[in-house]
Write a protein that binds this ligand. Structure first.
Ligand SMILES: [Cu+2]
Length: 116
């Protein structure tokens, strides 16, 4: 086997090994389109997350992640940390007051609900 063939075989094996994808959902508090952008951005910044979508009506974040490299519990924990850090409550984990207060007024889901 020459080097090129070896590299191709290695790459193929890597792709196969990392092909696993799992989807999970978590409840994330928020109000509007800006919240959506903020939440999705924070979730997407977490290693292993391949896709993230937040439904502003249901307040549910759907995350698609690589289950070959990331366990679900650890991943949800990382996503929770990233999102609470930008001011949004995740399930029973409250965002720090300081982070919440840094949100624009329209996004303050604890004080008022708005879906502008
Ligand atoms: Cu908002």
């Amino acid at each position: 086997m020459n080097i090129t063939a070896g590299l191709i075989a290695l790459c193929t094996a890597t792709v196969l090994a990392f092909a696993g994808e799992t989807t999970t959902t978590v409840a994330v508090a928020g109000n509007c389109g800006s919240c959506k952008k903020r939440i999705v951005k924070a979730a997407s910044s977490v290693g292993g997350v391949k896709a993230a979508a937040w439904d502003k009506k249901d307040k549910v974040l759907t995350i698609t992640f690589d289950d070959a490299t990331h366990g679900k519990d650890a991943l949800v924990k990382d996503v929770t940390m990233a999102i609470t850090k930008v001011g949004h409550d995740v399930d029973t984990t409250k965002a720090p007051t300081k982070a919440y207060e840094s949100l624009p007024d329209c996004c303050r889901y604890r004080d008022h609900a708005s879906t502008h």
